[in-house]
Design a protein around this ligand. Structure first.
Ligand code: NAD
Length: 526
């Protein structure tokens, strides 16, 4: 796990020097109260100061300490967030408990909850440009990706808004003279630990489902990127969410995150992030006997057979690893290629990789920067190991003119052939690096595809209908795409992992099962 030093190495270059936890910066320019969560003007050198949302109030950390927010494209600090800890988390959990136990949120009819979620979806769309610009600056996302994220986030709130009043329970046939009801009830207060790679989308999928089910939420976003969520929190209040239904507290994982997952008054934890922290979160959940969903990333394969439509498949093979600079839990970082077409595929793919452009997020390149200096260092270390092992680099993308060397860039890189047991073919890199691995036949493709510790998604390209189904059924993972690919699937499609990729399902109706408990009522009426 990372150190504080490593985490805040992301702010090495900028308006302020941020080196370690000790370098939590003092407040600089404080924006007017009303616009405290308004997006910072990119041309401004002022540091926008953000606050926590607790109940219906905006507040700094009690200590006054802040964490710097760094633009990954340039390395410059442009905003600050509260460096919260156990005190602020406790206040937020209490606000959520009150909202759930005493109302009005906990007593609101389901259709009204749904209506509020729909209104929030509308507000997100209405502020789409602003939210996309914020997410793009905060995460280094190319503009197109940030806009797609806004749209997906709104869809989560629409989908779950529509589902809120359709969570019917069941009646169960039982003994004569008895009627049995199985009610679907909210859990209470749910904790949401959000990562930095898709802050808005992961917030939408997790918080959208939980609010629809009637829970009150406490969100701890990633310290690297969280500004869009604070802005959405503001929009939630504007559209009429009652105090305490949604609380957002920023801070380090080791302090605010750990305090939230260990809090005795939460009823469930939804976590997306690294397997190492996933273990800690599960241990915290076990101590309080609460449920947890873990979405921990993957090493997902994409298989190309010799009868595949390569024209259709190759753009997906590239995008599945270059999207969001490879920082996607369901990125297909392994390309398994049937030997008869291996050389042809590599030639075509190398040309596609070499033509990719990397640059400042706001210039909307094919690939933006990684989130932090730490993540850049991690990906470079993987590439260094691959180089030391003599793995051939088939192509590397170039940077657009004007790409600052202070940004956290790593060019999209194609490696092949890569032995299936090489470190870079087994471990999650979380960067734009594709490992091509040849296979001889269907049996070997299945063995290689299932041959890592992870199991999140898989994709295969073949025109053979029997093979499509045989492989789809043989995959040990949560989602399989045949002749297509979409990272993580749509809003409606259940998503989650097996093995080291985690457990529990998000998205679709299935997520609502995670955020509710069944209560069985047996009525003996004679
Ligand atoms: P991380 O697991 O440390 O961070 C994810 C979230 O967990 C953040 O909000 C963080 O503040 C919080 N957190 C950290 N420590 C915590 C603790 N002790 N208790 C509670 N919450 C805590 O991930 P990272 O260090 O930012 O990234 C490391 C690697 O994890 C990446 O290189 C990538 O491989 C993987 N990752 C996966 C995903 C995914 O979508 N599955 C997302 C981010 C990172």
């Amino acid at each position: 796990m990372r150190s504080h030093n490593a985490k805040h190495a992301k702010g090495q270059i900028g308006l302020l020097q941020a080196t370690a936890r000790g370098a939590m910066v003092a407040a600089r320019t404080i924006l007017p109260e009303k616009s405290m969560n308004a997006p910072p003007n990119p041309a401004s050198t002022r540091i926008a100061r953000y606050r926590n949302l607790i109940g219906d109030a905006w507040s700094p950390a009690r200590s006054g300490e802040t964490l710097p927010m760094v633009d990954p494209s340039t390395g410059a600090i442009f905003a600050e967030i509260p460096a919260s800890g156990a005190v602020e988390i406790d206040e937020a959990v209490k606000a959520a408990r009150k909202a759930f136990d005493e109302g009005p949120w906990g007593r609101m009819p389901a259709f009204e909850r749904g209506r509020l979620l729909m209104k929030l979806a509308q507000a997100i769309l209405a502020h789409g440009d602003e939210l996309a610009a914020l997410e793009s600056r905060d995460c280094g996302k190319p503009t197109r990706q940030a806009r797609a994220d806004v749209s997906a986030t709104a869809r989560y709130f629409e989908f779950y808004g529509g589902a809120a009043d359709k969570l019917h329970g069941e009646t169960i046939p039982y003994l004569a003279g008895m009627t049995v009801l199985a009610l679907r009830e909210p859990l209470g207060v749910t904790a949401h630990i959000i990562p930095w790679n898709y802050p808005m989308q992961i917030f939408g999928r997790s918080v959208g489902a939980s609010l629809a089910a009637g829970n009150a939420c406490v969100v701890k976003p990633a310290e690297e990127a969280c500004l869009s969520l604070l802005r959405i929190g503001e929009l939630a209040l504007e559209v009429g969410f009652p105090p305490g239904a949604l609380n957002i507290v920023t801070g380090l994982g080791e302090t605010a995150g750990a305090a939230l997952t260990a809090h005795p008054a939460i009823d469930f934890i939804s976590f997306t992030g690294s397997p190492e922290v996933g273990t800690l979160v599960q241990q915290a959940a076990a101590k309080n006997h609460v449920g947890v969903t873990l979405e921990l990333g993957g090493k997902s394969p994409q298989m190309l057979f010799d009868d595949a439509d390569l024209e259709a498949a190759l753009p997906f093979a590239v995008n599945a690893i270059v999207q969001n600079a490879g920082q996607t839990c369901s990125a297909c970082s392994r390309l398994l290629v049937h030997r008869p077409i291996y050389d042809r595929v590599m030639d075509q793919l190398a040309a596609r990789f070499a033509a990719l452009k990397m640059g400042l997020a706001e210039t909307d390149p094919d690939c933006g920067p990684l989130i932090s200096a730490r993540q850049q260092g991690r990906v470079r270390d993987f590439l260094g190991e691959a180089d030391a092992a003599g793995l051939p680099v088939l192509a590397r993308a170039s940077a657009l003119p004007g790409t600052p060397d202070t940004g956290f860039f790593v060019p999209p890189t194609l490696l092949g052939p890569v032995p299936a047991d090489a470190q870079i073919a087994r471990e999650e890199v979380f960067g734009p690096v594709l490992s091509a691995i040849p296979f001889a036949d269907e049996a070997e493709a299945i063995r290689l595809a299932n041959g890592t510790d992870y199991g999140l998604v898989a994709a295969l390209w073949t025109r053979d209908g029997g093979r499509q189904m045989r492989i789809a059924r043989a995959m040990r993972c949560g989602q399989v795409f045949v002749n297509g690919f979409g990272a993580g699937g749509g809003i409606e499609l259940p998503f989650g992992g097996v093995k080291k990729s985690g457990h529990g399902r998000e998205k679709g109706f299935e997520a609502l099962n995670e955020f509710t408990a069944t209560k069985t009522i047996v009525l003996n009426h004679g």
